[in-house]
Design a protein around this ligand. Structure first.
Ligand code: NAD
Length: 539
């Protein structure tokens, strides 16, 4: 049975149906099978995984400990030694097969993502699409990104030099709950294609989507031991994971990211950190208003605003402010909330009570200090335990938490600006720098503003998906939003060690023994260096 979709209350409209216990295509047998994929040496407690739509238990996964993590890394390492010798064409076929199967079996994973995270199906579909795009992209481009490249040698004509890319070994992934499929799997795809083994620790609130994808990868031909999954609390098994791997890729909060960086530094392994954001959208006076309003709804409320690239600050030119805000409020109030496992719902539930309380705290504090609620502003227990209405705030001031801190929920503050310079300055007034969005009909102006905004990605006339979906180009954060990049060449090379191989055909590159020979060598080399300096093209 599917739950009824309802609209958020607009001035006291009656609330409707409660979340149902529908589980779509997901049965207990499937959950038990997925749970058995976790690397656990047995005898551990089980961790419950909850259904955000109802608060009931969906299933259980093992509570792994440090010993399980070390065993997972050992197994992945053993499999990696064989995998690293496989041919690129073999790896490519596996990931293209995976691409096809994700698309053909999407109904299953859409149900699972919705059930674990509480998001609406239209937002779960973004995860299916992104997984397919990234699989296809890296399947087709990994070989090119990683092929050995000839470099200028020490002595022109005598030294032949190659830059090569070797797999790191075993790569550890720690992922959050908000995009349980893509943030667990799509960063691991380039790591595997580069010849690495993987140990993944998905968030304990949403482990089944990742386990489903690993099962599908194995069905598509990936060696079963190459991709290990451990489940449990990050604070309990995170340190053991970092100790056991050769690179750690983390996606989550800035606070945890700092701890990961410290642990990785102690072990002297490299890391990439994809962290939080407080993303700004700037609407210039000449923007296509209807498109910008639709973009704001998408950018602020997709996945209930529980997205690192979600828009939480909306700057609108004073000339169009009133009209824009009026239309934005109207469209936001018209969003249908619900828990149906179909496309009839515009926004789902938040994922946990922790998220609900965080969102409530931000809004309550802002209102107490003088902010006005233009839409939403309240939870909807009538729909399910963690539903919260899409919310627009006005008159938000610097001392309110919602002004500076990431809310990570369906809450946006709207601000008025009078000049483009002011908009840029205010957009840059944040400790974060992940994603941003600029709206204008003037392409050159949009590009100029995009250059000035301090963020890892900037979208023009699109809220976030244009840059995210451009997977041939790097994506990541600056300032407190992280270190390193996913996507593109950087998104796969980071999982390799670059290694230089130089073949010398001339004499040894050192002064020969003896005072006279040494002097002659230094004179010869000085002459050569002076000559090279004058030849264009010799760096
Ligand atoms: P979180 O940092 O609490 O948890 C993320 C992961 O880290 C979980 O798997 C958790 O178990 C693990 N973890 C927690 N403490 C750990 C420790 N001490 N050692 C090792 N692992 C540990 O983050 P969250 O609240 O689950 O996720 C939301 C945050 O993630 C938001 O700030 C959001 O912006 C950010 N995020 C960033 C991106 C990005 O690409 N930049 C994408 C999605 C989410």
């Amino acid at each position: 049975m599917e739950s009824e979709s309802v609209r958020p209350s607009a001035g006291g409209r009656p609330a409707a149906a409660k979340a149902s216990g529908a589980r779509g295509r997901i049965d207990q047998g499937m959950l038990d099978r997925l749970s058995s994929r976790v690397t656990s040496l047995g005898g551990r407690d089980a961790i419950p995984v909850y259904l955000p739509f109802s608060g009931e238990v969906l299933g259980h996964v093992p509570r792994c400990n440090a010993e399980d993590v070390r065993e997972a890394a050992r197994r992945a390492g053993e499999a990696q030694r064989i995998w690293s010798h496989t041919r690129p064409a073999h790896r490519r076929r596996i990931f293209l097969r995976f691409h096809d199967r994700v698309l053909s079996r999407q109904d299953e994973i859409l149900d699972l993502i919705q059930l674990e995270s509480g998001k609406a199906r239209r937002h779960a579909f973004e995860e299916v699409m992104d997984t397919a795009i990234v699989s296809r992209y890296y399947a087709n481009s990994a070989e090119e990104h990683l092929k050995a490249r000839k470099r200028r040698g020490a002595i022109p004509g005598m030294t032949t030099t190659w830059e090569t890319f070797q797999p790191k070994g075993v790569v550890g992934f720690i992922s959050p709950w908000n995009y349980p499929l893509i943030l667990s799997i799509t960063d691991a795809i380039p790591a595997l294609l580069a010849g690495n083994g993987v140990v993944l620790k998905p968030d304990h609130e949403t482990p089944f989507s990742a386990l489903w994808a690993v099962e599908l990868l194995v069905d598509s031909g990936l060696p079963p031991s190459l991709f290990q999954v451990v489940t449990g609390q990050g604070s309990e098994i995170g340190p053991a994971l970092i100790e056991s791997v050769d690179f750690i890729s983390f996606t989550g909060s800035t606070e945890t990211g700092r701890k990961i960086a410290r642990d990785a530094g102690e072990k002297l392994i490299d890391c990439s950190l994809e962290l939080g954001g407080k993303n700004a959208m700037i609407v210039l006076a000449d923007a296509d208003l209807e498109k910008a309003v639709a973009g704001a709804v998408q950018g602020c409320f997709t996945s209930g605003g529980q997205s690192c690239i979600s828009i939480e600050r909306l700057y609108v030119h004073s000339k169009i402010y009133e009209t824009f805000v009026h239309r934005f409020v109207e469209k936001t109030r018209a969003l249908r909330l619900g828990s149906a496992l179909d496309y009839g719902v515009d926004m789902g539930s938040l994922t946990s009570s922790r998220q609900l309380h965080a969102v409530e705290a931000h809004v309550e504090e802002a209102v107490a200090k003088g902010a006005s609620v233009l839409a939403g502003g309240r939870s909807r227990p009538d729909l399910g335990p963690y539903f919260y209405e899409p919310t627009i705030l006005e008159n938000v001031q610097g001392e309110m938490r919602v002004f500076r801190d990431e809310t990570f929920g369906p809450v946006v503050s709207v601000y008025r600006f009078r000049s483009d310079d002011e908009a840029v300055e205010r957009a840059n007034d944040s400790r974060y720098g992940l994603s941003a969005s600029v709206w204008t009909r003037d392409h050159a102006k949009g590009r100029a503003i995009a250059e000035q905004v301090r963020a890892g990605t900037v979208n023009i006339n699109e809220p976030y998906a244009a840059a995210w979906g451009s997977v041939d180009s790097p994506m990541g954060g600056i300032k407190d939003s992280g270190i390193g990049r996913r996507h593109g060449r950087e998104g796969i090379r980071k999982y390799t060690e670059s290694k230089t191989i130089a073949h010398e055909r001339g004499p040894l590159l050192a002064a020969p023994q003896g005072a006279t020979a040494g002097r002659r060598y230094s004179q010869l080399m000085t002459g050569l260096l002076q000559a090279w300096r004058r030849i264009p093209g010799i760096g």
